[in-house]
Design a protein around this ligand. Structure first.
Ligand code: ZN
Length: 179
């Protein structure tokens, strides 16, 4: 005798079926649903200094609840991300994905955020002249240039104050360009 109603069958199928479909998706995004991810890095990007800055920037997003790293990320690198997670009060965890070694880090929310672009093709880089700047103080013009071209690095520099000028400090980029 079959006591199970059509509805019950449907519900059972639904419950058993959904996790199976989502399993592959979760495997790709380090155990999370795609819809909950706000940002991700691949293994090519994870070791770069700019990547850490970028993650730090993305951690300021209040929707982010956790930072998840794939287990094979080097310990020395993982430590830096752990510090960022701690600084911004995000849950930190690592996960061993075995087969999928494409995604190295994800920032995830506890709920769906449906962010469109979660992967970036190229990490931002500090323009050459700023990289070689003689010091971290910049004139108004170069501060503005940095703000427009590489805002990610703005906190590494300061605009020259009147006091700096009186002390004979001049713009690090202008100084570099003189050469
Ligand atoms: Zn300058």
């Amino acid at each position: 005798m079959n006591n199970q109603s059509e509805l019950e069958k449907y519900v059972e199928y639904g419950v058993a079926g959904t996790p199976q479909i989502k399993a592959d998706e979760k495997k790709h995004w380090l155990g999370e649903f795609r819809e909950r991810i706000t940002f991700a890095l691949n293994f090519e990007q994870i070791n770069r200094k700019e990547a850490i800055k970028m993650v730090e920037e993305k951690c300021k997003d209040g929707r982010v609840n956790k930072l998840i790293l794939e287990n094979s990320v080097l310990d020395t690198i993982a430590e830096k991300y752990m510090d960022v997670a701690k600084k911004y009060d995000k849950e930190y965890k690592t996960i061993d994905m075995n087969t999928n070694k494409e995604i190295a880090l994800v920032l995830a929310s506890n709920e769906a955020v449906n962010e469109k672009d979660i992967l970036i093709e190229k990490l931002p880089v500090l323009p050459e002249a700023f990289y070689h700047a003689k010091n971290k103080k910049l004139c108004k013009k170069h501060m503005q240039e940095l703000r427009e071209e590489a805002p990610l690095f703005i906190d590494e520099f300061e605009e020259i104050t009147l006091l700096d000028k009186m002390m004979g400090i001049s713009c690090g980029v202008c100084e570099h360009m003189k050469k």
